[in-house]
Write a protein that binds this ligand. Structure first.
Ligand SMILES: NC(=O)C1=CN([C@@H]2O[C@H](COP(=O)(O)OP(=O)(O)OC[C@H]3O[C@@H](n4cnc5c(N)ncnc54)[C@H](OP(=O)(O)O)[C@@H]3O)[C@@H](O)[C@H]2O)C=CC1
Ligand SMILES: O=C(O)[C@@H]1CCC=N1
Length: 273
């Protein structure tokens, strides 16, 4: 059986996506190969049933996959991609998840006719609840585009972007976003402890509140602002709390705007490095 997908880099994001694909049943395990230099991570991937090797040289160069997924750090992606130059300008489509790295970078390293899909997933892909944005160059065939959409859908919601330039903003919002939300949970837990609650109760309240509110926001016909109003009893406790959180200069609104802007600028910088 020939290899349909080669996944290069099976760290946090690569493994999260691999789990989603195999869980979704879109591709059988014997059609996926993983390249990962770290032995423990290679063993973790092999534990899912896929073939896992330490470097590109361990793969058969004549066995060109339909998809070459690059899930390594932006700082090394150019050097890593160069090991797969023999699959450029051909039938193999490159799917990148790297922050900042442009399609032009892959065309430069692998050849200008190489089909490339740039994507930005996020870590909840691990449990099929990710957000994945994509942008493809003109060389990607409709059949491969359909296969990749089915594959990525195993990991969560998929949105095709109208312009590649939007990828930096997407990275700052949904790519990094789980990090912001995890910190919100940590901060709510800390505040709960400071308010006198035991550690285990504080941890449970923080996680369950964010999970419940996020689930309701996704499932409800009402927009989040309407759901918020439903919690705000006149002159009640929520109003008192939100008066702090919604402060126009020091509240969460300007703080998040600054947060997303800093992450977007860093994504742009990574693209220039
Ligand atoms: N983490 C996240 O939430 C998200 C990450 N991304 C993107 O995903 C990419 C990977 O990030 P992340 O998973 O967090 O990083 P990790 O460091 O967890 O994973 C990258 C893995 O690639 C391995 N690697 C290094 N060189 C090679 C090589 N030549 N061949 C194969 N594997 C190699 C690394 O090994 P070693 O450590 O030994 O170098 C590491 O295990 C980045 O480009 C990032 O921008 C995108 C969206 C979200
Ligand atoms: O922090 C990063 O650079 C990567 C990209 C988005 C999430 N993690």
């Amino acid at each position: 059986m020939s290899t349909r997908i080669v996944l290069v880099g099976c760290g946090h994001m690569g493994f999260a996506m691999l789990k989603g694909w195999l869980g979704g049943g879109v591709v059988p395990v014997d059609q996926v190969a993983v390249v990962e230099p770290t032995p423990a991570l290679r063993e973790r991937a092999a534990g899912l049933g896929v073939r896992a090797v330490a470097d590109a040289e361990a793969l058969d160069a004549s066995d060109a996959p339909e998809l070459l997924v690059l899930a390594v750090k932006p700082q090394v992606i150019r050097d890593v991609a160069a090991h797969y130059r023999h699959w450029g300008n051909g039938a193999t489509t490159v799917l990148s998840v790297a922050a900042g790295t442009s399609i032009a970078t892959f065309e430069d390293v692998l050849g200008g006719q190489t089909p490339v899909i740039r994507s930005m997933p996020n870590i909840p892909a691990m449990i099929g609840k990710g957000m994945i944005a994509t942008y493809a160059n003109a060389h990607v065939s409709p059949e491969t585009a359909k296969f990749v959409e089915a594959l990525l859908s195993c990991s969560g919601a998929v949105a095709a972007l109208p312009e590649e330039a939007m990828m930096d903003a997407v990275t700052a919002v949904s790519g990094s976003g789980p990090g912001y939300v995890f910190f919100f949970i940590e901060a709510l837990e800390e505040a709960a402890k400071r308010a006198g609650l035991p550690d285990d109760v504080a941890a449970l309240l923080a996680k369950q509140t964010v999970w419940g509110a996020a689930s309701l926001a996704v499932e409800s016909q009402d927009v989040p602002a309407e759901l918020r109003r439903q919690v705000m009893s006149p002159n009640g406790t929520t109003v008192a709390g939100l008066n702090v959180l919604m402060d126009e200069t020091k509240g969460l609104g300007p703080l998040l705007a600054g947060t997303v802007d800093a992450a977007r600028r860093r994504s742009e910088e990574l693209g220039k490095a």
